[in-house]
Design a binder for this molecule. Structure first.
Ligand code: MG
Length: 319
């Protein structure tokens, strides 16, 4: 247990780490890992192109900041307000550098389009889609409940866009690892936290089935993790691999991005975990300095941590 890094430093690290990972990985999203290998010097300096000015982030950070905005405004989790905020980003580019919801995943688009015509979440919206969108944006919910961990809030937040047992279960698993990192637990305990106190028995079944996949994180060789899609179990495994195999966020971030695949979201998920584990001050200063709206992100992390409590206020469907 490391008690030298304080909770505020870890909370700031979690949210800023998310945005840094997103910004570093976005310009090379879904490029093949062989091509990315030749881009590492540019990635390390944060790309500066017409499409991606230095430090600009995408849907991962935008949706996280929408969630943060809603939690702070409502004093807890209100599914309807959260969805309204996501729609504001998707349609108008709220909480974004871009003027509409840049980078939105397919399932998220379907959920937001459906919400615009029917605000209730009905069983016909159940899906097998278990994309990493549910874990890329989780940090604000964890920081706001740092003093009173609430796994149900994580799975409910997943359900709002991915009404899927797998997606909800993995949101609880990632939440449990983030709480462990915030508490200063060591890497072994953070990994073990995947086996969470799940709120539904079917979530445990997902964990049991996914366990051999998570074990790929223990292998220093990265071949099995290269050029994967946006499946939430793969992304979480890559984030854990980054945490286990590297001892500084600088190398972990570049290592995760070098795997190719969904680079911005993989790095945003790793960034949350690494930011909480190593703390804000361990994130390279150059990356922090160049990050779009960095000081605002820090302020938001502080406000979330100061909420004190963050109950589930309203859900669109709860069972
Ligand atoms: Mg993205």
């Amino acid at each position: 247990m490391n008690t030298k890094i304080n909770l505020q430093d870890r909370a700031r690290g979690m949210l800023v780490g998310l945005a840094i990972g997103d910004a570093l990985g976005a310009p090379v999203e879904f490029l093949n890992s062989d091509i990315i290998a030749g881009e590492m010097r540019k990635i390390q300096k944060m790309h500066d192109t017409l499409r991606f000015p230095k430090g600009v982030w995408t849907d991962d950070t935008s949706m996280a900041l929408c969630l943060a905005d809603s939690l702070l405004n409502c004093g807890g989790y209100d599914s309807y307000d959260v969805m309204d905020k996501y729609v504001g980003w998707y349609d108008n580019g709220d909480w974004s550098y871009f003027n509409s919801g840049y980078g939105a995943g397919l399932q998220t688009q379907l959920a937001l389009d459906s919400y615009k015509t029917n605000q209730e979440l009905t069983d016909d919206q159940k899906t097998d889609s278990a994309g990493n969108g549910v874990i890329m944006r989780l940090a604000p919910a964890i920081i706001a409940t740092a003093n009173k961990p609430n796994l149900r809030l994580a799975s409910i937040s997943a359900r709002d866009t991915h009404y899927s047992v797998t997606a909800e279960a993995v949101a609880e698993m990632f939440a449990a690892t983030l709480y462990a990192a915030l508490s200063g637990e060591d890497k072994e305990h953070i990994f073990a936290a995947l086996n969470a106190d799940f709120t539904l028995p079917e979530y445990r079944k997902v964990y049991e089935q996914a366990k051999p996949l998570f074990d790929r994180a223990n292998n220093p060789k990265s071949d099995l993790l290269k050029d994967l899609g946006g499946y939430c179990i793969d992304t979480l495994t890559i984030a854990l691999w980054g945490l286990k195999q590297f001892d500084r966020p600088f190398y972990g971030m570049l290592g995760v991005i070098s795997l190719g695949g969904d680079t911005d979201t993989n790095a945003a998920v790793y960034g949350q975990l690494a930011g909480a584990y190593y703390g804000y001050n361990a994130l390279p200063e150059d990356w922090r300095k160049n990050l779009y709206k960095e000081s605002e992100i820090v302020r938001i992390a502080d406000k979330l941590l100061n909420m004190g409590q963050c109950p589930i206020l309203r859900t669109r469907q709860l069972n």
